[in-house]
Design a protein around this ligand. Structure first.
Ligand code: WT7
Length: 633
């Protein structure tokens, strides 16, 4: 790539002739033009590259907006395209998954052929446990191959998986199992985090004390430490595998394109986390198309998406997208700095990773350890890089570009959400890049920046980011709460999808994401809701009321700061603050552990009693408080 001063605004990195020569992606303008004129035709063309048991009658059914439907009348199963179809071709011998344990001592690899066997086995087992089409299954597993098998097994038989990130603690897990009314929970004895065991099975035991729907628990052995097992209810996965029912093929259910594939809980503005629903057909086409066009994966590539399967990034781009493409995916159990901050670079070298995708927070964190760590390794296998989860500051972008990509790898800054299921604003390898901008909406999409009353703001000014067109991988609803789906996403600007982000557009039509405008805090790229953090605090006997806000943090992007009003008889102290931080960690998640807790006598509220987090945030940063006319007093 070369940095060129051009007509375009700001610093622009143009793809080099070598990058353009090897890129097998459509011409941006032509593809965008085609999709603009014929949205359904564009997506039908993509869908036709995949296998369907029966083709659709209609590509897009928008007769009941905003409940859009895609590929109606079609029969399909995402697992057929992710696994079954590859087993019929030469890809049966290709590696689907390469997995490495945290300590680096264990390596497990699966060809598409053996992946198929593992998925069949897992599917046979859950089927024998009485799980059928439409049932919800909670999966609470670490980054190990079994999470892939378990998810695909559910999809294969038409059950709906609900993966809960294994970094969530007991209350967060309980809420998600209970809301989804899961019959089955799939977990492990524990997970490895920086050489220590994080209890998973014990957390499940605690969580399901008040979840009557759960009939069975499958426990994958990972750490080998002792955990309590309840006869009848709890089953070791390896014991189940030894049973005759586990053997043989399990048919892949022929489903409607609009049948549910999974739910994934995510925090929105107020209230409890929302179960975002994705379906088989559209999600399959959306993840396939975007991964193919943006990361341009080829058969010789080794793709590493360093996210966790428990977040949407992992669902779409560790599991479904790469497998549908027939790619080789790399999965690492551990984190970037254990035992040393060269862990990732060492793995890129050792496994010849060619396309690497991570979050800005990881880059910022690794940057702090200096260039010497990556420079110890041969990173020449890399040809393309990516980021996701939060805005990337130009400084981190340039470091990533220079130190990791050696100024030859374009960086795909992909903006999207749990709700969108697939990339929405993103470059492709042939698009000129500007550090810090996710560039332009994907083919078939148009984005706008609006003011509060729905008028477009002039270029260069901040406003609400909305999406204008439906897309195949879009969420279909909030599971069990259609009304909330409409209210949350489609009511502020009728007919347009509200993203919850603020952004700017520049004169070249490039989008610059600023951040969330709702009560979502992005900590190290993880999406956390203030409501869930506050309710964890309020569950402590000393706390009467609490407010959580996100403040800028150099590495994490945002860090959680809390304001706590104590109950009568309790006095604030550093010890109590520490106890409350720990309380949030053990009840919600270690990643939600507040940076700082302040004890206050009063919280700023509106006359209707809503906490004004905006005012707290401004005060904490010494900024103007804005409109406080609705403040109680
Ligand atoms: C929010 C969605 C979908 C991947 C993981 C996050 C922020 C995401 C970017 C980016 C700036 C980004 C937005 C968005 N975000 N990608 N490339 N640049 N901000 O999914 O947990 O549902 O969070 O993440 O604020 O709304 P999520």
């Amino acid at each position: 790539m070369s940095v060129v001063q051009s007509e375009m605004e700001g610093e622009v990195y143009f793809p080099s002739p070598e990058v353009i020569a090897q890129a097998n992606v459509p011409d941006w303008e032509a593809a965008a033009e085609f999709a603009r004129n014929d949205l359904e035709g564009f997506w039908a063309e993509q869908a036709n590259e995949l296998e369907w048991y029966r083709k659709w009658d209609k590509v897009l059914d928008d007769s009941n907006k905003p409940f859009f439907k895609w590929f109606t009348g079609a029969k399909v199963n995402i697992v057929h395209n992710a696994v079954d179809r590859h087993v019929k071709t030469w890809r049966r011998n290709k590696l689907a998954l390469i997995w490495v344990s945290e300590d680096g001592k264990e390596e497990r690899t699966f060809s598409y052929y053996s992946l198929n066997r593992e998925v069949n086995r897992f599917a046979n087992i859950i089927k024998a446990m009485g799980v059928t089409k439409g049932d919800r299954v909670t999966i609470y597993l670490p980054r190990i191959p079994e999470i892939v098998f378990a998810m695909l097994a559910c999809a294969k038989i038409g059950a709906i998986h609900s993966v809960v990130f294994a970094g969530f603690s007991v209350d967060a897990l309980r809420g998600r199992i209970d809301d989804s009314a899961s019959k089955l929970v799939i977990t492990a004895d524990g997970s490895w985090i920086n050489g220590k065991i994080f209890e998973l099975k014990r957390t499940v035991d605690e969580a399901i004390k008040s979840c009557p729907s759960v009939e069975n628990i499958i426990v994958v052995r990972r750490t080998g430490h002792e955990v309590p097992m309840e006869a009848e209810r709890d089953h070791w996965y390896d014991d189940l595998c030894a049973l005759p029912i586990a053997n043989g093929k399990c048919v892949t259910e022929q489903l409607d394109a609009e049948d549910p594939l999974y739910i994934l809980y995510t925090s929105g503005s107020t209230g409890k986390p929302k179960a975002i629903l994705h379906t088989h057909g559209g999600y399959m086409v959306g993840t396939y198309t975007t991964l193919k066009h943006v990361f341009d994966l080829k058969d010789e590539d080794r793709w590493w998406c360093a996210a966790d399967p428990g977040w949407v990034t992992g669902h779409s781009y560790i599991i479904y997208g790469p497998l549908i493409l027939g790619a080789t995916s790399f999965m690492f159990e551990g984190g970037p700095v254990y035992p040393y901050p060269n862990r990732w670079w060492q793995l890129i070298e050792r496994y010849g990773i060619s396309v690497f995708y991570t979050a800005p927070t990881a880059i910022r964190g690794l940057m702090r350890f200096g260039e010497a760590w990556p420079n110890k390794h041969d990173l020449s296998s890399l040809r393309l890089l990516g980021t996701v989860g939060e805005p990337i500051n130009p400084e981190a972008w340039k470091w990533y570009y220079r130190v990791i990509g050696k100024e030859k790898c374009p960086i795909m800054d992909t903006w999207w959400q749990t709700e969108t299921g697939m990339f929405m604003i993103t470059p492709t390898p042939v698009v000129p890049l500007k550090p810090g901008s996710a560039t332009r909406p994907v083919f078939g999409q148009e984005a706008e920046i609006l003011d509060d009353s729905g008028n477009p703001v002039p270029d260069g000014e901040e406003g609400y980011l909305v999406l204008k067109n439906p897309w195949p991988a879009m969420l279909r609803t909030v599971y069990g709460d259609d009304e909330r789906y409409v209210r949350q996403y489609w009511s502020k600007y009728p007919g347009k999808y509200m993203t919850g982000d603020s952004a700017k557009r520049d004169a070249d039509g490039y989008f610059w994401i600023i951040g969330r405008v709702d009560d979502v805090i992005k900590v190290s790229g993880h999406r956390l809701g203030t409501a869930e953090i506050e309710s964890a605090l309020v569950s402590h006997p000393a706390v009467a009321e609490a407010a959580a806000i996100g403040l800028p943090h150099e590495v994490k992007g945002q860090a959680i700061h809390c304001f706590v009003l104590l109950r009568a008889g309790f006095a604030g102290s550093p010890e109590l603050a520490e106890e409350l931080r720990q309380h949030v960690s053990t009840h919600m998640s270690p990643i939600a552990k507040p940076e700082d807790i302040k004890f206050v006598d009063k919280l700023p509220k509106t006359r209707s009693g809503k906490i004004m987090r905006r005012v707290l945030k401004a005060r904490a940063q010494g900024l103007p408080e804005g409109d406080i006319s609705t403040l109680e007093e």
